[in-house]
Design a protein around this ligand. Structure first.
Ligand code: SF4
Length: 224
């Protein structure tokens, strides 16, 4: 079995609940969405990808990974390679590593066959203002599958609609009000007004127990 891998590297987790933890990243080729704020467009570039076997990925990961740490399976969208991920997860655990899946939360059938093979899931909610699609029902179905190990991330751009934040919080609350929701302010041209982000946090907190504002940090730290 093989998958197309864009890069494997060791760094600090730059976003989400596990911010700052040492992590080894395995970036898979390709994505099924086109988000307005995507900062990994290079993950679509076939020329940057190498076809690798499970053994080759494990061997590359083991050069830097330390026992107990997370290995982030990211992209692009790693669930486009669901069979490979289903094979890789148990092998990483055998090496004493924890499996962390970063996903756009849309490939429900693929997630259904491997939800017990990952230890933590960072699931994005993509509102229509970001990706041009209505994905609410798909996201709800996806979150049901991983609710015992997931946190949800919502990128807050200057263009997000207040109703979308409200709806995202309601979606998460409908699955479980204890599921953490991370509001991640976009940077650069799409950066939102922080006063508004605080209002979104207060509004979401009426439906959920754990709503945090966490910035993406790896670029500020100067790491990949
Ligand atoms: S889902 Fe992630 S990788 Fe895919 S387009 Fe959106 S931000 Fe980029």
């Amino acid at each position: 079995m093989t998958a197309k891998i864009v890069e494997i590297f060791h760094s600090l987790q730059g976003e989400g609940l596990f911010l700052g933890q040492e992590t080894t990243f395995v970036r898979f080729l390709g994505c099924n969405l086109f988000c307005s704020y995507c900062d990994t467009l290079y993950a679509r570039d076939e020329k940057r990808a190498a076809e690798m076997t499970l053994d080759q990925v494990l061997s590359a990961v083991s050069l830097t990974a330390k026992p107990g740490q997370f290995v982030s399976l990211t992209g692009g969208e790693p669930l486009l390679w669901a069979k490979f991920v289903a094979g890789l997860g148990p092998r990483l655990r055998e090496c004493g590593l924890r499996v962390y899946l970063e996903t756009n939360g849309t490939l429900v059938k693929e997630m259904a066959v491997l939800s017990d093979k990952v230890d933590a899931v960072a699931m994005d909610i993509k509102p229509p203002s970001d990706c041009g699609q209505q994905l609410w029902d798909t996201h709800r179905e996806f979150l049901e599958l991983v609710k015992d190990r997931a946190f949800v991330k919502l990128v807050i751009t200057s263009g997000i609609l207040p109703d979308e934040v409200e709806r995202a919080a309601g979606l998460v609350a409908g699955v479980g009000r204890g599921i953490p929701l991370v509001l991640q302010p976009a940077s650069g041209e799409l950066a939102p007004d922080m006063g508004l982000v605080r209002k979104y946090q207060a509004a979401a907190s009426r439906q959920l127990d754990d709503v945090k504002i966490i910035f993406q940090m790896h670029k500020r730290w100067g790491v990949r």
